[in-house]
Design a protein around this ligand. Structure first.
Ligand SMILES: *[C@@H]1O[C@H](CO)[C@@H](O)[C@H](O)[C@H]1NC(C)=O
Ligand SMILES: *[C@@H]1O[C@H](CO)[C@@H](O)[C@H](O)[C@H]1NC(C)=O
Ligand SMILES: [Ca+2]
Length: 366
């Protein structure tokens, strides 16, 4: 939320440039002081790490020896499709064509702030880009549904974080003998987050680009060392990190404020294979409850503003920031440059008109 407000202020600051006049200089100074203070304040608030404790919640976690998973009705986890539980992993799909499997929590999660650490492994016989399709981690209203989105239904309601191992769109473009510019070309596997509200479709042919919140590439296949995915949801801020280099270091993947997710949804993991395949293994899902300090005002605001449908604030800005239809750095540079030149031009015009008007007014006086 904090970063969103600072972002808004940055966009707002274009305006005063155009309106500048001698009388308004003072006002402008005040404005910038205010912006600066807001910026500093938001920086401080954005630091989520202070005053935060975490507790492992066993009822939302899945780890060895997977006691009762798939065999006992009292297990908090339920299996679906081609999933297989062994002593070492929960294999969502084997390295075979046209499989889908999932594991879903039976207990809705009412925690406000949480963190999910996923220990996973994707491996198979296929050479690079001849494997698929990937796995997904879910926090959704629906559970135990089969479907095309990495083994879950389309038009889901809630959060999906995907490890997409097959570049559908780029393969398609290649086939058409067109090429992406290096900037927009993605290296797969690609980690991507999406929030659905029940009527937003995941575009499989485009690897989910039209609806993505952000993502990063992650070379996670056929590695000897352990690979982890980290999803944190604190104060409506969604952070995804990966640890895939065997260095025990979290690397930023995406960090988006203003992500509104209702409470009481279900955690799950699913995977899908098609013509191409891979073993998609979950070794553990560890859910931590985070206790985050909130001021009384924040508590009240959140109580008033209850979330019923998942949504993301400033989705248009996020899309813009990613430069959906290839707004390159140079394009951004020229846009800003011409905007500034436009502003200066307007100021000059304004001054000329003003002095003319002043002159004619003076003439009238004499
Ligand atoms: C879901 O999101 C889409 C796109 O943002 C919007 O057009 C639609 O009205 C939303 N549906 C609901 C039920 O909020
Ligand atoms: C998903 O939603 C879109 C748009 O609301 C609709 O056209 C499509 O049929 C839906 N798909 C499914 C599988 O419900
Ligand atoms: Ca894909």
């Amino acid at each position: 939320m904090a970063a969103a407000s600072s972002r808004n202020h940055c966009r707002g600051c274009k305006l005063p440039f155009c309106l500048i006049s001698r009388e308004e200089k003072m006002l402008l100074k005040l404005y910038w002081t205010f912006v600066f203070l807001v910026f500093i304040a938001s920086r401080c608030l954005a630091d989520d790490d202070h005053e935060m404790e975490e507790f492992l919640k066993r009822e939302y976690s899945l780890f060895k020896p997977y006691q009762g998973v798939g065999s006992s009705g009292s297990s908090p986890w339920e299996l679906m499709g081609d999933v297989m539980v062994t002593t070492d992993q929960v294999r969502l799909t084997p390295d075979l064509q046209s499989r889908q499997g999932a594991v879903w929590s039976r207990i809705p999660c009412h925690l406000k702030d949480w963190e999910m650490q996923v220990h996973f492994k994707i491996h198979g016989q296929g050479k690079k880009n001849l494997n698929g399709d990937g796995l997904a981690i879910w926090y959704t209203k629906e559970r135990m549904q089969k479907g095309p989105v990495f083994g879950n239904m389309d038009n889901f309601t809630g959060l999906g974080v995907f490890v997409d191992t097959y570049p559908n769109e780029e393969k398609f473009i290649e086939a058409q003998k067109k090429r992406y510019t290096p900037r927009t070309q993605r290296i797969f596997p690609f980690v991507l987050a999406m929030v659905g509200n029940g009527s937003i479709s995941y575009n499989h042919e485009r690897d989910g680009r039209p609806t993505e919140l952000g993502g990063c590439n992650a070379m996670v296949r056929n590695l000897k060392h352990d690979t982890f995915l980290f999803i944190r949801y604190v104060r409506r801020r969604l952070t995804v990190m990966i640890d895939i280099d065997g260095q025990h270091e979290w690397r930023d993947c995406l960090d988006i404020p203003g992500v509104r997710l209702p409470q009481g949804y279900y955690f799950g993991a699913s995977a899908l294979t098609g013509d191409l395949s891979d073993n998609h293994d979950i070794i553990s899902l560890k859910l931590y409850q985070l206790t985050v300090f909130r001021s009384q005002k924040e508590e009240e605001e959140e109580e008033e503003d209850v979330i019923t449908i998942p949504s993301v604030d400033n989705m248009e800005l996020i899309r813009l920031g990613q430069g959906e239809e290839g707004m390159s750095g140079i394009a951004v540079f020229f846009t800003v440059l011409f905007s500034l030149l436009g502003c200066i031009f307007l100021i000059v015009i304004g001054l000329v008109v003003y002095s003319h008007w002043n002159e004619s007014r003076r003439k009238r006086f004499y």
